[in-house]
Design a protein around this ligand. Sequence first.
Ligand SMILES: Cc1ncc(COP(=O)(O)O)c(C=O)c1O
Length: 429
Amino acid sequence: MTSPIPMEKLGRALRQNTLVRIIEQFGEEHPDSHLKDLVIDESGPGRRIVVGGRPLVNFGSDSFLGLDQDGRVQEAIRRGLSRWGTHNGASRAFASVRANIEAEERLAEWLGVESVLILPSVMLANLGAIPGLVGRQDAIAMDEQAHTSMQEAAKIARANGAKVATFAHGDPAALERTLDAMRPYRSALVCIDGVYSMSGRIPPMAELDAVARAADAVLYVDDAHGTGVLGAQGRGTVLDALGSYDNAFVVGSLSKAFSCAGGFIGGPRAFHRLLKIRCAPYVFGGPVVPPYLEAIGTVIDILRSEEYPRLRARLDASIRRVIGGLGDLGLVVMGSATPIVSVLVGDEADTLNAGKFLFDRGYYVQSVLFPAVPYHAGVLRIQCNANHAETEVEGLLEAFAALTRTMKLPRSSPAGRPRHPAGPGPERG
Ligand SMILES: Cc1ncc(COP(=O)(O)O)c(C=O)c1O
């Protein structure tokens, strides 16, 4: 039998890692309030879930339009299953089912881009496309708070010889300096989120684009949280901000508001072929399974119909009510543009305990800690969905009111500015 010692050594070494130590410590010190790795035993109707026998209202789902519970979307998935079976059994470098091509064409037409390439997730789209688009003579300028998937992708690009540097969050002047400092380069990519998922912030995209163009650089926008829920017909943030995609790649999610599965990269037709050659997860990994591809057209039909403004209006009413109600309680509330509303708590233990307090009252929100937010800037992250009932939203606000009576939380100052701002730092969740 092989000696277990190398495996033990590997485990010991991993436990020295700072992030592992911090996360393990949270779990050990707060076993009762550490609501991570939750197992959901039942889901639906609406946003109802059952966890460990406890019925809860789920305010932690990114199915923002509630389409995960929509009969038409579910029926399309069943249709795809009977048409294609459970999977297509090959990398797309060899063969794609027709449903994949149809879904890409529908997405491109809806977005207004020349072509779209679907990958199994946004994480894989970024990990494949970013190193695929740049080479040894090229450069990447990365917003310091860009999503982890882009930061990890840039590490691969750097290992392949590209220059990589970060710039201050959403700051066009900082982007200009960063690109200048990396010269000379052949081409450059500027990586930003379309909407930052922890704060709901939307970057000044037109200004960043102007700097990028002047410096021979192309924007690469991860719009995972904008897809299906922001912009006209849910097309996300890019077209509204830039008016065209002629200097931007757009990456979107098919999992969040779309409630299907996967991610996509939209851009000029020439890049469709180039990415198929250069994007490693496309060539060496499997595709989204066909039943979900079949449902993408169904979701696009909903987004393009008169139903979308109605769904958005329901969602907007919930977002406004949640932000208004939490503001009336004097809490420090972040967000407005997206269905994500975060309440600043600060201390890590307090953030976990506050999440557990709401959980015990039947409401699940996510306690988000470092490294997804800066250290000591923990937040309760609420995700509003179009299929939350008004009574559920009111119930959540009552639970928050009870929380403020039992726990001292940061308060917004009379001028409406937080007394305990989250401050700069990573925002990569
Ligand atoms: C901006 C951003 N990019 C990428 C991802 C990862 O998406 P996926 O789950 O499709 O890998 C997320 C997930 O929340 C995200 O917020």
